[in-house]
Design a binder for this molecule. Structure first.
Ligand code: PMT
Length: 402
C-alpha cells in the first residue's frame, strides 16, 4: 500500500536492534511516507544520525536544542505534525519512561505531546522481556491505547534464543500499511462505551438489576473498532463474550463502580457512548448477611445512584462528543429530548421498551436518533449492528465533528 503523504515520526532508542531502523526507514520512504527521526542519546551508540538522516532525507533530532544552531526542537509541533509515531526499537528504559510519564529527552517529550496513534516495537533480551516490571510497563502502555508491535522470537544479540527481537522491518511496514488502510474518519480516535446492566446488591446473595444483555453496546463497539477507533469498554455483568484483543475493557458491577471507571477514562476520549442500563436506585443499606425470609412483607429503602452520563456531561470538553440513550415506555420523544438537554448529550438514541423486537436482549432494535438542533434519524426495526452503523453516521453530522 502506498504511504504517500503520510507523516511518520520514527523514534529510535538504545538497543542493538537500532541498526534495523535504517532498513525500516528505507522501506517507509520507498512507500512514499515522510519520516522524521528522533533518537535517544543511547541510540547514538548503536547507529549514527548521518546514516538515518541520509535515508530519511531529513535532519535527525535528538536533543531539545540543535547543538549547532541553538534552535529549539519543538516536541509539541512534532507531536502535532505526525500521522503516526513509531518507536522502533523501543528499549526497556524508554518503555519505562512511557509507562510512567517520565520526560527527560526530546523523544519522551514528543511521545507525551503526540496526538497521533503510537506504535511501539520493543527490543531487549529475553529475560528482560519476561521481567514482571517490563510486562507491567507493556500492559500499561497498551492500556493507554498505544499499539504494541510485539517482539519476535529468535536468536538474540546475547547469543540466547527467545522472544525479544524487534519485529522485522518488513512486518512493521505491513502493520503500518494495515493501520492506514482502515478507511474511516474515526482512525486514531478514542471512544468510551458503557454497556450492560448494573447490579446493586441487597445482601450477599441478592441484587437489583435489569435485562440489558450488552448487545447494543457491543454492536457500537464493533462499529467503532472496524472504523479504526481505539475502543474502551466499561461493562456491567453480561454473558456475551468481549474480545480482549479488540477492546480495552473494565468489568464492573454497580453504578458507582461504572461511574468511577468511566470517569477515569473520560479525559482522553473523543467520544463517549452511554449505552449501559444503569440502575437509578440502589439499596440504601447492603445487608451483611442474607436477609432471612419472614412471614411479613419486606420493604427495601432505595437511595439514588450517581447519574454517570449527567456527571460526565458536566466534564465534557468542547471537542468531545457524548451520545446517550433513552429507554422509554411512554411520552418517549418528550422524555428523550429532556435527557438530551439535561445530560448535555450531543445525540440521544431513543428506543422503546414497548416496541416488539426493540430494546433489551433482542438482536434488533428500532431507534430514533435526535440531534440537539432537532434533526433526527429513524432507523425502523433493523439489526443492532445496523443501528450501530447508523449511530456512527449521525455522529459524523454533529457540528463539533464537522
Ligand atoms: O443491552 P441490550 O440488551 O442490547 O439493550 C440495549 C439497551 C436497551 C440497554 C440500550 O439500547 C439502552 O437503551 N440503554 C440505555 C438504558 C437506560 O438506562 O436508559 P435511561 O433512559 O434510563 O438512561 C438515559 C441515559 O442516561 C442512558 O444513556 C444511560 O446510560 C444514562 N444513565 C442513566 C442512569 C444513570 N444512573 N447513569 C447513566 O449514565
Amino acid at each position: 500500500m502506498n504511504l504517500q503523504g503520510k507523516r511518520i515520526l520514527l523514534g529510535v532508542t538504545g538497543s542493538i536492534a537500532a541498526y534495523k531502523s535504517a532498513h525500516l526507514t528505507r522501506l517507509l520512504i520507498k512507500s512514499g511516507a515522510e519520516v522524521q527521526i528522533i533518537m535517544s542519546a543511547s541510540a547514538l551508540d548503536f547507529i549514527t544520525p548521518l546514516t538515518l538522516a541520509t535515508l530519511s532525507k531529513r535532519l535527525v533530532l535528538s536533543d531539545f536544542f540543535d547543538t549547532k544552531t541553538g534552535a529549539w526542537n519543538n516536541h509539541v509541533e512534532l507531536g502535532l505534525w505526525a500521522d503516526l509515531f513509531i518507536v522502533a526499537p523501543l528499549s526497556a528504559n524508554t518503555l519505562a519512561k512511557f509507562a510512567n510519564g517520565h520526560c527527560d529527552n526530546l523523544l519522551s517529550a514528543t511521545y507525551l505531546s503526540a496526538r497521533c496513534p503510537v506504535m511501539l516495537a520493543p527490543a531487549m533480551d529475553l529475560d528482560m522481556y519476561q521481567h514482571p516490571a517490563v510486562r507491567e510497563n507493556l500492559r500499561k502502555v497498551q492500556s493507554f491505547g498505544n499499539i504494541l508491535l510485539d517482539a519476535e522470537s529468535g536468536e538474540l544479540a546475547s547469543g540466547l534464543s527467545g522472544q525479544g527481537r524487534m519485529m522485522e522491518p518488513e512486518h512493521i511496514l505491513s502493520q503500518v500499511e494495515k493501520f492506514f488502510s482502515i478507511k474511516s474518519d474515526f482512525l486514531g480516535k478514542k471512544v468510551l462505551i458503557t454497556l450492560g446492566p448494573t447490579q446493586e446488591p441487597i445482601d450477599p446473595v441478592r441484587y437489583i438489576s435489569n435485562h440489558s444483555s450488552g448487545k447494543m453496546g457491543l454492536a457500537i463497539a464493533n462499529a467503532f473498532k472496524s472504523s479504526g477507533a481505539e475502543v474502551f469498554l466499561v461493562s456491567g455483568p453480561i454473558s456475551i463474550p468481549l474480545d480482549p484483543e479488540a477492546f480495552h475493557q473494565t468489568r464492573v458491577e454497580s453504578a458507582t463502580e461504572m461511574f468511577e471507571a468511566a470517569r477515569n477514562l473520560h479525559y482522553m476520549m473523543d467520544f463517549c457512548v452511554f449505552a449501559a442500563a444503569v440502575a437509578d436506585y440502589a439499596p440504601a443499606e447492603i445487608a451483611k448477611e442474607k436477609i432471612k425470609k419472614s412471614e411479613s412483607e419486606m420493604s427495601i429503602l432505595l437511595k439514588k445512584n450517581v447519574d454517570i452520563a449527567f456527571e460526565l456531561g458536566k466534564l465534557k470538553k468542547q471537542e468531545q462528543i457524548h451520545i446517550g440513550f433513552a429507554l422509554e415506555t411512554e411520552k418517549e420523544e418528550l422524555h428523550a429530548k429532556a435527557k438530551l438537554d439535561k445530560k448535555n448529550f450531543d445525540l440521544i438514541v431513543l428506543n422503546s421498551a414497548n416496541e416488539v423486537g426493540a430494546g433489551f436482549q433482542h438482536d434488533t432494535n428500532r431507534v430514533k436518533i435526535f440531534h440537539r438542533d432537532g434533526r433526527f434519524a429513524d432507523s425502523g426495526l433493523i439489526s443492532k449492528v445496523k443501528v450501530a452503523e447508523l449511530i456512527l453516521e449521525e455522529i459524523k453530522k454533529v457540528p463539533v465533528w464537522i
